[in-house]
Design a protein around this ligand. Structure first.
Ligand SMILES: Cc1cc2nc3c(=O)[nH]c(=O)nc-3n(C[C@H](O)[C@H](O)[C@H](O)COP(=O)(O)O)c2cc1C
Length: 189
């Protein structure tokens, strides 16, 4: 099987859910965000349509965890309700950095574009020796009654909405177990 450094990085990247209490240096963060900006996009003008909220303030991280869980606890979905009501659950896994990726809501490709940006960022983090995890759960913080206050606090531009989020930090464990992926669901014509 053909392999190179990029393919190895893709395979090595796994979700990290336990972090060391160490900040991520600014130039590492910047490199990760820049990698996101180089993702393919369907909107034609990613620089105009995207907004990153880089959250490192501990009070803010705590607030987002609390608000996300509050909303989740009232969800119709069992798994969200269970996690929302679990006192031991921190939806940010105590990571030092949460990045929200907001996009111009009017763009039809917003979800796809944010997804491509997120994956680029996860891979960039992995390539720099940082752990990361793509997260849906924190977006719940924007689905309850505190949306406007949060949007203002985070300077998310009018008409933009967070579609995706990820956490980044130095992982607690150094060993990555790469799962096996078989090729049984591929058809070549
Ligand atoms: C759209 C999306 C949303 C996700 N949301 C969460 C989440 O809220 N919490 C979480 O712990 N993991 C979340 N994940 C991570 C997945 O659980 C993880 O990627 C999957 O189990 C595969 O494991 P791996 O990333 O280690 O390959 C999410 C992943 C994606 C792509």
């Amino acid at each position: 099987m053909r392999e190179n450094e990029t393919i190895q990085t893709i395979k090595r990247r796994r979700s990290t859910r336990s972090y060391r209490d160490i900040p991520v240096p600014g130039d590492e963060l910047h490199a990760i965000i820049e990698a996101g900006m180089y993702a393919p996009n369907g909107s034609g003008d990613i620089e105009r349509n995207i907004h990153f909220s880089v959250i490192q303030n501990r009070d803010m991280l705590r607030e987002i965890n609390t608000l996300a869980k509050e909303t989740a606890a009232k969800s119709d979905m069992d798994w969200l309700r269970e996690l929302g009501g679990n006192d031991d659950y921190n939806c940010l896994y105590n990571a030092p950095v949460l990045i929200l990726i907001s996009y111009n809501e009017a763009e039809v490709c917003a979800v796809y574009d944010c997804s491509a940006v997120t994956q680029n960022m996860l891979l960039a983090a992995e390539s720099l020796g940082l752990g990361s995890c793509w997260l849906y759960f924190p977006l719940q913080a924007f689905a309850g009654g505190h949306t406007d206050a949060l949007v203002t606090q985070l300077h998310i531009p009018a008409g933009f909405k967070p579609f995706s989020s990820l956490i980044i930090g130095y992982g607690e464990t150094g060993v990555t177990r790469i799962p096996r992926r078989t090729a049984r669901n591929i058809f070549y014509a």
